[in-house]
Design a protein around this ligand. Structure first.
Ligand code: PGA
Length: 251
């Protein structure tokens, strides 16, 4: 049985005061969430030390939104995976569509990051997803399977067993538009079938979470789908009550 996972992606949000307030809100209510659900938050790199301190002893895990593959070097502005390890990070998002679009990350760069995260013993959360135009042209599966395959080519199918996949249709991110549970399930099933053709056990074990305008009100129907194992939550993860409501719907 795959455990459900709900991760908050805080993106470029939060002052120190807001971070403290949000975590206090989560701490007050995390007890309402079934222990069968894994929960984590991904703050900015700058807030990671603060969040790590505030989460000490909590069942809420810590993730990062990105990392640079090399352990150290002349890379202005970057943070390496090994630096994140020192701060108690468990998950690292790789290939989020905002990284692909705003920073020009290619499938190859994403695959290199994925491998580096695994090598340091952390769990990569590989994000894949199609744009609106690609969906309208009927290319959804081709696009997401190519994004997945680029990582399999680099890291091997077994590596997927130690990772999390996140299906995030680009047109649903931050737009208020969500893939319907049935639409999302079709893509999740295709991703799992693609892995199953190479390794049935990895396909059965790997969590595939959904992201794109998930809220308390639509989480349950999404999470009920056979191949949806939780969510990657952007905007709604910035409000404690809404995020907790989503987590409760994952059980
Ligand atoms: P959203 O973002 O929930 O605000 O749509 C999801 C994500 O980008 O991870």
């Amino acid at each position: 049985m795959r455990r459900k996972l709900v991760l908050g992606n805080w993106k470029m949000h939060g002052s120190k005061a807001q971070v403290r307030q949000l975590l206090a809100g989560l701490a007050a209510r995390i007890g309402e969430v079934s222990s069968a659900v894994d929960v984590g938050v991904c703050p900015t790199h700058l807030h990671i030390p603060l969040v790590a301190d505030l989460l000490a002893g909590s069942r809420i895990g810590l993730g990062a939104q990105d990392a640079y593959a090399d352990p150290s070097g002349a890379v202005t502005g970057a943070v390496s995976v090994s630096m994140l390890v020192e701060f108690g990070v468990s998950w690292v998002l790789v290939g989020h569509s905002e990284r692909r679009q705003l920073f020009g990350e290619t499938d190859q760069q994403v695959a290199t990051k994925f491998a580096a995260v695994l090598e340091q013993g952390l769990v990569p959360v590989l994000c894949v997803g199609e744009t609106l135009q690609q969906r309208q042209e009927g290319d959804t599966e081709t696009v997401v399977l190519a994004q997945l395959q680029a990582v399999i080519n680099k890291a091997g199918i077994e590596a997927l067993g130690n990772s999390v996949l996140a299906y995030e249709p680009v047109w649903a991110i931050g737009t208020g538009e969500t893939a319907s549970p049935a639409e999302a399930q079709i893509v999740h099933q295709a991703l799992r079938a693609h892995m199953a053709a190479m390794n049935a056990q990895v396909a059965a074990d790997t969590r595939i979470i959904y992201g794109g305008s998930v809220k308390g009100a639509n989480a349950q129907q999404l999470f009920e789908q056979a191949d949806i194992d939780g969510g990657l939550i952007g905007g709604a993860s910035l409000e404690a009550e809404e995020f907790i409501s989503i987590c409760k719907n994952a059980d």
